[in-house]
Design a protein around this ligand. Sequence first.
Ligand SMILES: Cc1cc2nc3c(=O)[nH]c(=O)nc-3n(C[C@H](O)[C@H](O)[C@H](O)COP(=O)(O)OP(=O)(O)OC[C@H]3O[C@@H](n4cnc5c(N)ncnc54)[C@H](O)[C@@H]3O)c2cc1C
Length: 417
Amino acid sequence: MIIRKTDVLIIGGGSIGLNCAYYLLKSGRKVTLVESKTIAMGSSSGNAGHIVPSHIIPLAAPGIVGTALQWMLDPKNSPFSMRISLDPAYISWLVQFMLACSRSNVQRAIPPLKSLGQLSANNFAQMIAGERFDCHYQEKGLLFLYRTADGFKDGQHEAELMQKHGIPADVLDKAALHDREPAALDAVLGGVHYTGDAHLNPGLFLKLLGERVHALGAEIFENTPVTGFDAAHGNIRVVRTSAGDFEADEIVLAAGAWTPVVAHDLRLAIPVQSARGYSLSMSALKVMPRHALLLAEHRVAVSPLGDLLRFTGRLELSDLATTVNASRIAGIERAVREYIHVDDKLDIHDTWAGLRPTTPDGLPIIGRSTRYRNLILATGHAMLGLSLGPGTGQVVSDLVNGKEAAFDLSPLRAERF
Ligand SMILES: Cc1cc2nc3c(=O)[nH]c(=O)nc-3n(C[C@H](O)[C@H](O)[C@H](O)COP(=O)(O)OP(=O)(O)OC[C@H]3O[C@@H](n4cnc5c(N)ncnc54)[C@H](O)[C@@H]3O)c2cc1C
């Protein structure tokens, strides 16, 4: 049996794994990355590409359960659905999620989400400029569009809350909104523009990041799933993979929605539930939106990516399948047609499904394991795994190097569950 020795072994080559690799290599560590399929694909390549330091409210917030139940009464147009299963881990996740939908959870979540979001946004700007990544990065903010008076009212309340936390947000009445975004249909009543946000082509960004990580000296093993571990006395001695065994001083587990499966052999119960979503990407429309958009009532994102346009949506508490469902794609397209000018016939290049690794309280899990001293967890980023990638990479590098992190990581520890 081959045994390879390495300094830091990263499991998973998606947004989080690649960002961890980048910051660790920059700090002078030797990195090996194992990926069960292909790096830079994972659950980020087809996502909306929104970089959103404005997203400081977690998914688990008051009112979301009622809203989700209402949505489910209209399954054809609902942005949400959930699988039915008696799996104890799934039921426990649902119960924990419902309990976390409280004001106190939101208050607890805001400081770490804000710190990590801002760190990431700064790191994106620095990395993209410093590495000259050409990935359609644009600092034009994220524009929420509202079609209903109730939706717009909620949007304004949220904007006020954000402003109190120092997040820049312009509330736009109908005239101001149509002036700022001519692609909006007359039915759109108003908008909120989070001007500190940005967006990019996530597939292109991750491809460039993967190439850079390789150039910086990372050893990358693709098509190499981790299959198990040998651990004793609070230490992981060996990581078993389809390509042989690895010994590492430090191990970073960044396997996204698959984290619970990988961690099972370590007898770690990580409460990460997969939340599937879909996207469709097409050639530019006759009237291209000027901004990255969030179509609020339908929770659908629109992303202009150079000469491509992408629509993304749906959140399905799901299994780990990434099969594209044509009726979901059609539902997303239908929703977009209610908000912006869309050509009658679309030149669709690609349809895609991805899995958001979702925790019950809406915060990621980042920190050193208390059970295994050479294991660091970096997962559970849910709908923010692209946006929070470079910040996560930096704090994981700091943890490995024994440096104090840029902000208090204690709310993100796995032991909170
Ligand atoms: C429709 C949709 C739209 C989204 N839009 C946005 C957005 O605009 N902005 C944003 O910030 N986020 C967005 N997200 C969320 C974001 O895509 C995820 O949070 C992010 O992909 C999670 O990154 P990750 O690295 O943790 O997981 P992944 O990207 O899934 O990477 C995990 C990797 O681990 C590998 N792996 C699994 N098992 C093993 C094993 N046994 N051994 C080795 N490797 C293994 C997998 O193959 C995979 O490559 C969106 C998600 C969806 C679905």
